[in-house]
Ligand binder design. Sequence first.
Ligand code: 6PG
Length: 485
Amino acid sequence: MAEMQNDVGLIGLAVMGANLARNLADHGFRVAVYNRTSAVTREFKSTTGRSERLIPCYELSALVASLTRPRRILLMIKAGPAVDAVLRELTGLLEPGDVVVDGGNSFFRDTERRQQELAAIGVMLVGAGISGGAEGALHGPAIMPGGDVRAWPLLRELLQTIAATAPDGAPCCEWVGPGGSGHYVKMVHNGIEYAEMELLAEGYGLLRRAGVDNADCARIFAGYNRGRLAGYLPEITAAVLIYRDPETGAALIDRIRDNAGSKGTGRWTVDSALELGVPVPTLAEALFVRYASGQVELREALAQPDPGAAESSGASAEALASMLEPALYVGKVCAYAQGFALLKAAAAAYSWDLNCAAIAGIWRGGCILRSVLLEPIRLAFQRQPGLENLLAAEFAAAELAPALPPFRTLLGRAFALGTPVPALASALGYWEVLHSAQLPTNLVQAQRDYFGAHTFERIDRPRGEFFHAAWSAADDGRSDVSSRS
Ligand code: 6PG
C-alpha cells in the first residue's frame, strides 16, 4: 500500500461506521478503514464495492501510516472504555497536529478528559455528535463537532460534505463550540429525542385505549406528518404501525414487548439538568417511563381492572385525533424549550458560547429530530439570541395559546380513561408553571422555614432580605418574624 495517500482513517466498522465510510467514499474521499476484528474489515471490503476509495487496514499502525498529514481519524466505536483503549493505541502512532474525531455518543466529560490527554502530545480530539442512524450515516447525518477550534479548518470540508443538508441547502454540520460541547449538544438532542418518542407513544397509547386500531392510528400519525408536527419521528411512527409481522401477518407492533431500553444519553441529559438546576420535566418523564417500562413484574402484579375508569373516551377517533395534534405540538415545543434551556445553562456554566440558532439549524436535516419545527426555532433564536426560553418566542406564544384548550380536554379524557400520559401532562405542567407569575411555592418556603428555619423572603420587603417566623411553640422563643438579611 502506498503511504500517506488516504484522506481519512475510519476506525470501527459496525453499522454506523461502515455506512459513514461508504458515505465518505461516495463523496470522493479515500478512506482507510480498520476494525479490531480483522474478519469484519475483510467482510466489509468484500461486500461494499467502491474498492478504489475504501482501503482496508489490518493494523492500526498501517492505517495511521497511510494517511495524509495532518492526519484525520474518525472513531466510530462504542462509547466507553473501548474509546480509551483505541486512543491509547493511537497515542504512540500520532503526531502533533493530527486530529481524532470521536463520532460516538461519548459522555462529554470523558471527551474533555481525553482532549486533555491527547493535547499533551499535540493531538486534537474533536467530540462530534452524529445523528441519523444507519441510513443517516450513509446518506447524510447531522454532525455536531466540538473541541479545539483549530481542528475545524481541517475537518470542515470533510464533515460538511458528508452531512445532510437542511431544506435551505445549508449543511447540517457546523462547529458547535469548545471542549465537550459537541457531545453535550448531541446528548441534549437525544434527551429531546426521548421526549418526542414518548409523547408520540402516549398519543398512540391513548388512541389505542380509545379503541382506534393500528391502521387508523397510522393514518392519524401520517396526517400529523403533513402538518406542523411533520418530522422523522412521526413519519416512522406511521410506518411502524402499519408494518406486518412476516411470521404471523399481524401488526408487528402488537408483538413487541413494552420494555424500553436506553443506552445512557437520556440519563446524562437529566443528570446534567439536575446538576445545573434546569427544569426538564418532559425529558425526565420520558426517561422515567422507560425505566418504569422495565418494571415488568411489578406492573403485571399491580395491573387490575379499574372500575373507576371511564369505559369510553366519549369522542370519535377524528375528534380525539384533532385534540391530540395540538397536545403533541405543545408537548414537542415544551420538550424543545427544556432542551434549549439546558443548552443555554450549560453554555453559561462551561463558557461555551453556544449558538442556539445554529444548533437548531443543524438539527433540521439528517438527524432523528429533523422536523419542520426546527425552522421556527432557528429563526426565533436568530432574531433573539438572548431568548431565555423558547416559550417566550413569538411563534410559540402565538401557536400554543389556541392549542391549550384542546390539550387540556385531551388530558382530561386520558385521565378519565386511566391511560398513562405522564410526558404529555408534564409538558402542560411546564407550560403552566412558566406562565404563572405566582406559584404556590410560597407555601414550600413557609414549610421549610417551619421545620428547619430555612428562612424566606417577603413580598413586601426588598429581595435578598430573609426572615424566619416563630411558627410553633417548639420554636426557640422568637415570637415574631425576624430579619435574616
Ligand atoms: C441518533 C440516535 C442514536 C442513539 C439511539 C439509541 O441520533 O442517531 O440518538 O445516537 O444512540 O437512538 O439511543 P437509546 O438506546 O438510548 O434509545
